[in-house]
Ligand binder design. Structure first.
Ligand code: AMP
Ligand code: MG
Length: 345
């Protein structure tokens, strides 16, 4: 992601979360100012806003570092690196749980999310920044080893294995899982109001101390501003967009979300997908998957589910909102005009 974009994501979260007036009637926390930390991890800028013990910020950062060390696909000491290079590995409880739950999301999205697409992502240069358009032959060779059904993990023992030639990457889900773990950590330490922003993946614990919902800005996929604002309590708001990481060659834009069916950047007419729900991991996996699936299949999945709502932005700038977000989303600028709400029946 470009530094300017990261900075604006961060500012959005800080500005929007800082604009509430507190009400003493809502309890002790309403009077307190939040403890805040901004740091770089998992290749992005993260910010934590916690109403409670300041020392919890250190615990939270330690937890992020711990997970990054386990899950990084490039760090030679990580469990994912070990699995990719040895073909099998004994995983910690965190990695095994995340891997197992990611595979469930791969199956649920019929392979639109596929954690084994990593060698294809790498061939496009998205892991190194050395961008290149791979030949069809190269892609076909790599795709012959892409199949999430060939990844096995036993959560009890932590044993995981891949078929020869396969490599996995949990980059599409790791920040959602990390957000869930941070929310757990804060809640179990007695915090009832916090906001975790992991590079634009935002997760709210409770409401603001005055009892009003957190206000989360959703990035405008066409510029540096915002599409709108979501008001949420106890929910994750996670966006996947082509604008987050891409390169241009011969006038063509190639972004980092790959359709595992073709091995090429997903071109379904969507430019961003925001998923809102209780579980950060689910929202993170689904935001990537729905981007690959496109509007029609995304709608179909939403109709058959009850654990998420979504905002889709199409390449012509129109915005599609699912019913459950109608009362908590305010579009900004022109985005209010073409807004379409889809209902369950
Ligand atoms: P996110 O920002 O959560 O949408 O994740 C995007 C990242 O996941 C990319 O930068 C790739 O590393 C990886 N990725 C791209 N396409 C897929 C896919 N179809 N399934 C799983 N991971 C993917
Ligand atoms: Mg994701």
């Amino acid at each position: 992601m470009r530094p300017i974009r990261l900075l604006s994501l961060l500012l959005a979260a800080l500005l929007l979360t800082g604009c509430a007036k507190t009400s003493p009637a809502a309890g002790d926390e309403a009077d307190a100012s939040p403890a805040e930390a901004v740091f770089f991890a998992m290749d992005t800028v993260m910010s934590l806003t916690v109403y409670g013990e300041e020392s919890l910020l250190d615990d939270a950062q330690t937890r992020v570092s711990e997970l990054e060390c386990l899950l990084s696909v490039t760090d030679e000491g990580s469990e994912i690196y070990a699995l990719n290079h040895a073909g099998s590995a004994a995983l910690s409880a965190d990695t095994a749980e995340l891997l197992a739950r990611s595979l469930e999301l791969c199956a649920r999205t019929e392979g639109a999310l596929d954690i084994s697409v990593y060698p294809v992502v790498r061939a496009w240069g998205f892991t190194t920044g050395e961008y290149a358009v791979p030949t069809r032959e190269t892609l076909d060779g790599l795709l012959s080893h892409v199949d999430h059904n060939e990844v096995s993990v036993e959560t009890e023992s932590g044993r995981a294995a891949l078929e020869p030639g396969m490599e996995i990457d949990l980059g599409s889900v790791a920040k959602g899982y990390t957000g869930d773990r941070l929310i757990d950590l804060l809640r179990s330490s007695g915090v009832s109001s916090a906001l975790v922003n992991l590079g634009g993946n935002v997760q709210a614990l409770g409401a603001k101390p005055d009892g009003t919902p957190w206000r989360i800005a959703v990035q405008d996929p066409f510029g540096e501003g915002y599409l709108g604002v979501l008001e949420v309590t106890d929910q994750a708001v996670i966006t996947s967009g082509g604008y987050e990481r891409y390169f241009e060659e011969d006038g063509q834009i190639y972004w980092h979300i790959i359709d595992p069916a073709s091995g090429r950047p997903a071109q379904t007419g969507l430019v961003s997908v925001t998923v809102v729900g209780d579980c950060g991991l689910t929202c993170d996996g689904l935001s990537t998957a729905l981007f690959v699936m496109g509007r029609e299949r995304a709608e179909e999945l939403w109709r058959g589910s009850n654990d998420f709502e979504m905002i889709l932005v199409e390449e012509d700038g129109s915005v599609i909102l699912t019913q459950g977000l109608e009362g908590c989303f305010s579009a900004l600028g022109d985005y209010g005009e073409g807004l379409e709400v889809i209902c369950r029946d």
